[in-house]
Design a protein around this ligand. Structure first.
Ligand code: SAH
Length: 354
């Protein structure tokens, strides 16, 4: 019974981190207090990482109790942390409503990169991706994205003795299908009142939603863009990423031309080469033609098998052909080895298995 009453009470209370700084200032005025209190609370929430109102030690006990009556802080909880033999760390993160997402810390010699989720499950249907099988359950709120970053920053300091250096939105979900919340989270991550990280160290990875790429360009965002292309031939791309039917490559390319004209930022393409799917000369020729309007980098990602062997990584001959042709056309190529495979933390493997 008492749990039920508590739940009812919690439901009625508002998530305090859904309020802007101005909202908080106005709230304090409505309570007969000074607007400045709103700034103090905002700083506790977004800069000092308060988990409970009692952490806010420069507020009186009465003020903390009053906040407690009106609001909750829906902080995420790292339910389970796994460490890979290669140093990669995976967090299973529990949200306030019991749902779980995963985020990953990928350490290299000089960097600590956080790979964060933007949705619970995913609304897209890439046939090679384990997250796609979960379907989309809901979007993450800005604070839930922000909290993942803070948790990984702490782990980076603890295990590698350095703060987080980069963030990639390559965890669960399609960030551009949760654009507003992703943008709000990045705003908190980059602002001085939040974590003060440079937007240049943040990459948003998308399967390619043309309308949203245009919007991002028009919104003048400062972070980097990566596009999960995997094929520059419509028929092939639709067979592995069925939503391509609704967002064909011509539209995607137009949107990217617009992005480049506004940002002048190099575009990164993520690309897996699969045997019998996109491992022929015509595939790499189509890729060159697709990229040629702007400085580009192609990141050849190792395939992480998710099941029955329907998809197989192409052999090294095919990979070498890609590298040779791309380089001959002045396209930068990197080959990305998987990290954290033993704990299902690699690209496309995030599926809440544990
Ligand atoms: N929805 C976004 C971000 C999440 S996926 C996007 O599509 O970009 C992050 C990257 O992992 C994408 O490039 C995706 O195509 C790739 N990926 C998905 N499944 C994979 C798998 N099984 N092996 C290797 N890469 C995979």
């Amino acid at each position: 019974m008492s749990t039920f009453v508590n739940n009812m009470e919690t439901k009625k209370k508002k998530d305090i981190r859904a309020l802007s700084k101005d909202d908080l200032r106005a709230f304090f005025v409505s309570q007969g207090d000074k607007p400045f209190r709103g700034n103090q609370v905002y700083e506790w929430l977004w800069n000092k990482g308060a988990h409970v109102f009692d952490d806010m030690t420069n507020l009186s006990i009465d003020t903390r109790n009053m906040l407690q009556e009106h609001f909750v802080i829906n902080h995420i909880k790292v339910d389970q942390m796994q460490r890979s033999s290669d140093g990669t760390v995976k967090n299973a993160v529990r949200l306030h409503d019991g749902l779980i997402v995963e985020s990953v810390l990928i350490p290299t010699a000089s960097r600590s990169t956080a790979c964060v989720s933007s949705q619970v499950g995913c609304s897209l249907d890439c046939r090679f991706c384990a997250t796609a099988r979960l379907k989309r359950m809901r979007n993450l709120n800005p604070d839930e994205i922000f909290d993942q970053v803070v948790a990984i920053d702490k782990e980076s300091r603890l295990y590698f003795d350095r703060p987080l250096s980069n963030i990639v939105f390559m965890g669960m979900g399609e960030p551009l299908m949760n654009y507003n919340n992703v943008l709000k989270a990045i705003d908190k991550i980059t602002s001085d009142e939040g974590l003060g990280m440079s937007p240049k160290r943040i990459t948003v990875s998308t399967s390619g939603v043309p309308k949203m790429i245009r919007k991002m360009a028009d919104d003048n965002v400062k972070f980097k863009l990566a596009v999960s292309l995997h094929s520059a031939i419509n028929e092939v791309r639709t067979s592995i990423m069925p939503f391509n039917k609704n967002f064909p490559l011509e539209d995607l390319r137009d949107a990217l031309v617009h992005w480049y004209s506004k940002t002048k930022n190099r575009i990164t393409y993520e690309y897996v080469v699969w045997e019998g799917i996109n491992d022929k000369r015509k595939d790499v020729d189509a890729l060159v033609k697709f990229c040629n309007f702007a400085p580009s980098k192609v990141n050849l990602i190792e395939y992480n098998p998710i099941d029955d062997g329907e998809f197989q990584q192409a052999n090294s001959e095919a990979l070498n052909m890609y590298i040779k042709v791309l380089e001959a056309n002045n396209i930068t190529v990197t080959v990305r080895r998987s990290r954290g495979k033993d704990i299902d933390a690699a690209c496309g493997q995030l599926a809440n298995k544990s």
